[in-house]
Ligand binder design. Structure first.
Ligand code: SF4
Length: 331
């Protein structure tokens, strides 16, 4: 963990007020926005905004333009952002293994052993993180190597439990028996759509990351694996966002799209509780969320913000599991 400790050490050397002043100057600097710094929206952004304003600030603004800035504090925030909870890494591993199997079905190739794939990937991640090396060209900093402790029970048991539920699920079995030509998307990277007519911003790139899309004539089935804890409300809105993404991307009506959530932590599946919100309801939800975020911008055209408008939460229990706790001096 040499790189991580080396790059975050600055946060233990200087007072909080000094690092906040450096970040404030950084996020208020008026530089023309680019594809990388323009505002975009996602459900995870909405969730972080609601959880802790400071966490949202550090995640989305604190480490922007890291190369041009050449600031040790900004670099430290970038490294804290890379911290991945063990449960999230396990979820990623299961998603990747399921996607590899379904791509083989799509391509008419032999289906790999999902358990073997997942276990190998899991172990590779543990080793890369512990040794402070990149995994497939990207840094992976697992929680235990940053802050100690696993933050979860036995990681191996969690992995095996998710795999058991995946392989036992009727949804997974049915997908592995489908004709390959019906698979439209399998765990694609950075699925997004353009939401037009947003107040004060115009068009906003909106991310939706559904796992599997099956298109049969004009009937589209969306399947999403859930591998971590979440709330029913969150699942419902995510389903609405997936449906809106599919409607705009494939020019379909909402009644032509179904969303199936497969909860691998519980071994259950079905439509989200309360049903999938329609296009109009989902769009209204996104617009309200964006408006709250825009209200806190210092300058909308330059997409700048001030740290003063993003206070730390008073709920210290949230800080215990937050990857930015070193930045807030709440370790
Ligand atoms: S450590 Fe606490 S106050 Fe700081 S960003 Fe995280 S949740 Fe917010």
């Amino acid at each position: 963990m040499g790189q991580f400790l080396y790059n975050t050490h600055i946060l233990t050397e200087i007072p909080l007020a000094d690092s906040e002043a450096i970040l404030d100057a950084h996020t208020l600097e008026q530089v023309p926005v680019t594809r990388w710094t323009a505002f975009s929206w996602s459900h995870s952004r909405h969730t972080l905004f609601a959880t802790c304003r400071r966490r949202y600030y550090l995640h989305y603004y604190g480490s922007r333009r890291i190369r041009e800035t050449n600031s040790r504090v900004v670099r430290a925030i970038w490294w804290l952002k890379q911290i991945t909870p063990m449960s999230a890494w396990i979820g990623t591993v299961v998603h990747e293994a399921a996607a590899a199997a379904l791509r083989a079905v799509r391509d008419g190739m032999p289906v790999p052993d999902v358990r073997v794939l997942a276990r190998e990937r899991f172990a590779a991640g543990l080793e890369a993180s512990a040794r402070g090396r990149k995994l497939d060209g990207r840094w992976l900093v697992l929680w235990p190597d940053a802050y100690g402790g696993s933050g979860t029970g036995s990681p191996e048991e969690l992995l095996e439990g998710l795999l058991d539920n995946l392989l036992a699920s009727d949804t997974y079995k049915s997908l592995t028996n489908l004709p390959g030509g019906l698979f439209q998307e399998i765990d694609e990277a950075f699925q997004s759509f353009e939401l037009e007519g947003i107040a004060r911003l115009g068009t906003v790139r909106t991310f939706a990351i559904p796992d599997v899309l099956i298109l049969n004539d004009r009937t589209l089935r969306i399947v999403d694996w859930k591998t971590g804890s979440t709330t029913p409300d969150s699942v419902r809105w995510q389903a609405g966002i997936y449906q809106l993404y599919a409607g705009l991307t494939y020019d379909l009506q909402e009644e032509e799209i179904s969303v199936e959530i497969v909860d691998l932590t519980q071994g259950s599946s079905g439509e989200p509780a309360g049903g999938t919100p329609g296009f109009a309801e989902t769009r209204a939800f996104i617009e309200t969320s964006i408006a709250e975020m825009v209200d806190l911008m210092a300058d909308v055209d330059y997409h700048t913000v001030s740290i003063r408008d993003f206070p730390m939460t008073d709920d210290l229990t949230l800080c215990q599991t937050c990857n930015f706790k070193r930045a807030c001096r709440r370790e």
